[in-house]
Design a protein around this ligand. Sequence first.
Ligand SMILES: [Fe+2]
Ligand SMILES: [Fe+2]
Length: 285
Amino acid sequence: MNINVSMRTVAVVETGSLMNMGKFVDEFRNYKDSDRQAIVERHYRLMRANQTVEFHEKMQKYWGTFNRAQLSRYVDSSDPDSSLPNLEHMLQTAEAIRAAGHPDWFQLVGLLHDMGKIQYLWGKACDGQQGTADGDQWALGGDTWVVGCAIPDTAVFPQFNALNPDMQDERYNIPNGMYQEHCGLANLKFAWGHDEYMYQMLVFNKATIPEEGLAMIRYHSCYPWHNKGEYHQFMTDDDWELLDWVLEFNKFDLYTKADKRPDVAALWPYYQSLIDKYMPGKLWW
Ligand SMILES: [Fe+2]
Ligand SMILES: [Fe+2]
């Protein structure tokens, strides 16, 4: 079935009690004692215990069909930094990228980068894809890692690494695991989430966003790679250039999560024009 999903439907946002104030830089990515600690810790325990090579392949098979549609609201339980629905975060990110003078495709990446969380509409609770704020989201969001090789201790909540069944499997629990050195990032399988789904959706729909932009979307949650220096043994020369772009993107993703609300209605026509330019017509989800 070919369904026209207007990106305008993203503009259905949740109103509620939101703090209208900024945050200091050292208050971000607090995985020790934020006021959402219990929710975040539970998220990562489940994510680490369930995201295996087998699970990735199952999700790839399920989601790779792109024959679904629709969208409404979303709050991310893997994230200690924001109580905002995701559209506002995506617009904040896009606006910060625009204000920094980056090109329009980069701004569009800011708008789209978390859209893959739309999987919650068609995902199953048992697969960690409930979209509710207190429901399981361990295959929608959160920091990812490469499945099929040893999970690094630099991942958040490394105390949960041993819960991963693949870490008892001698094919996967060694540094290179199932991969060849310098096989390229594009050939790695990551813990399944919004990044990989959105990347594949854009490729499927033949979006004309440049490769650097697609890399920002595909890899932005892999903090062990872009923030902790892991997985270098798998990288090609081209991947090092993509790393620079992902790092540039991540500044905007992280530090725009302070709860200051963007004016969705006023901003939308501009972003619709970017959608029309880089991903026109009917989109498959
Ligand atoms: Fe994200
Ligand atoms: Fe984000």
